[in-house]
Design a protein around this ligand. Structure first.
Ligand SMILES: Nc1ncnc2c1ncn2[C@@H]1O[C@H](COP(=O)(O)OP(=O)(O)OP(=O)(O)O)[C@@H](O)[C@H]1O
Ligand SMILES: [Mg+2]
Length: 361
């Protein structure tokens, strides 16, 4: 018996001229909330459809609880589905919608009623049994769709951008709710999204896809802290990505000579295998420093000229020019007490060596 609920083994999917998914390997443990995250067209829905059984892989194997599903039709996979457009039956009440899959299975009436009640309780819609979809808000409709998917107690729930039709506030509230529901049910969730904040907020693990391949997978904080490529560094949050011309290992630091720019110190040894071609620094890891106040010796110090000041509400983004023509984005928390620089001002910046990351592609 496998320890994993879902395994994708060297799975590829090609359409006539498009390689939509290229040789991906993925193992999803039971009870995890896993997000498949990536930009439009990277192969997220294609991957989900293969797990659900709506489309067959061109190559490779899909296993559920250790058993190959290649010849198993969708309705036999014990999988629940929630999509972007909730597709509730408009002529059925909430309870009838939620009980639909159970009636198809010809379960006894009392059991259906019990399961419908439990599912509606899970999504906090008790008392809505008799309403019709058009009498519900978008968020409530999406919760009915969720209840309908979990009512037959599938072992796995697949969700494809289920919140993308909701407005921002509701989307943020539903993120928390979805995560709580998943934890309560102990069900494996595979959640497709192109929204990195959404994935960061809910997931035990994130699988970042790009151009049909898995670019990186891991815990959200690990991916954020230590992106493995330029694509991931920029897609998950934002990063300043600087070309590295040469490196020197000293006893405490790896010194990175930025092409056309300064030398940056980075803590610890660099990767052994691949050559270092870029380094990345998050905008929020760069701080404005007051040159008259002493700072630890090892902090990287840079001089720059402010090119642009963009007010983002709680934060201000400064676009600064390093001597030599390199631009950096710097994120500063704004408060009434901070004196923000203006366009044309010269500023001193500090970057902790811990916050400098190296990339090989
Ligand atoms: N039935 C199909 N026939 C031909 N090409 C397809 C088909 N379905 C998907 N593709 C192509 O495969 C690639 C991956 O598509 P997919 O729908 O998996 O992307 P996605 O990551 O879900 O994107 P989005 O975020 O826009 O939903 C795209 O280039 C798409 O055009
Ligand atoms: Mg899609």
């Amino acid at each position: 018996m496998s320890n994993f609920d879902i395994e994708l083994v060297s799975v590829s999917k090609s359409y006539a001229s498009v390689a939509a998914v290229k040789d991906i390997n993925l193992e999803i443990p039971k009870g995890e909330f896993v997000s498949i995250l990536g930009p439009s067209g990277c192969g997220k829905t294609t991957t989900l459809n293969m797990i659900a059984g709506f489309s067959a892989p061109s190559a490779g194997d899909i296993r559920i609880r250790g058993k190959s599903q290649i010849r198993v039709p969708p309705e036999r996979r014990n999988i629940g589905l929630v999509f972007q457009n909730y597709a509730l039956f408009p002529h059925m009440t909430v309870a009838e919608n939620v009980g639909f899959g159970l009636r198809m299975k010809r379960l006894p009436r009392e059991e259906i009623e019990r399961s419908v009640r439990a599912a509606l309780r899970s999504v906090h819609l008790e008392g809505f049994e008799g309403r019709y979809p058009k009498e519900l808000s978008g968020g409530q409709q999406q919760r009915v769709a969720l209840a309908r998917a979990i009512a037959p107690r599938p072992s796995v729930l697949l969700l494809d951008e289920p919140l993308s039709n909701l407005d921002l506030k509701l989307r943020e509230a539903m993120r928390i709710e979805l995560k709580e529901i998943q934890e309560q049910l102990g069900m494996t969730f595979v959640y497709v999204t192109h929204d990195q904040e959404e994935a960061m907020a809910m997931s035990d693990r994130i699988v970042v896809m790009w151009q049909g391949e898995i670019a990186q997978q891991g815990e959200p904080s690990a991916i954020y802290r230590d992106p493995s490529s330029r694509f991931v560094a920029d897609f998950i949050g934002r990063s300043n990505i600087l070309p590295v011309a040469a490196t020197v290992q000293t006893s405490n630091f790896l010194e990175l000579a930025i092409d056309g720019g300064p030398v940056l110190r980075r803590s610890g040894p660099g990767p052994r295998a691949a050559p270092i071609r870029y380094c990345s620094v998050r905008p929020e890891s760069i701080v404005l420093i007051d040159p008259s106040v002493p700072h630890p010796e090892e902090v990287n110090r840079l001089q720059a000229i402010v090119l642009r000041v963009v007010n983002l509400g709680g934060n201000v983004e400064l676009l600064v020019d390093l001597d030599g023509g390199l631009c950096l984005s710097v994120l500063v928390r704004s408060s009434r007490s901070t004196m923000l620089p203006a366009v044309g001002d010269e500023v001193a910046l500090g970057i902790d060596p811990e916050d400098v990351h190296v990339l090989s592609d």
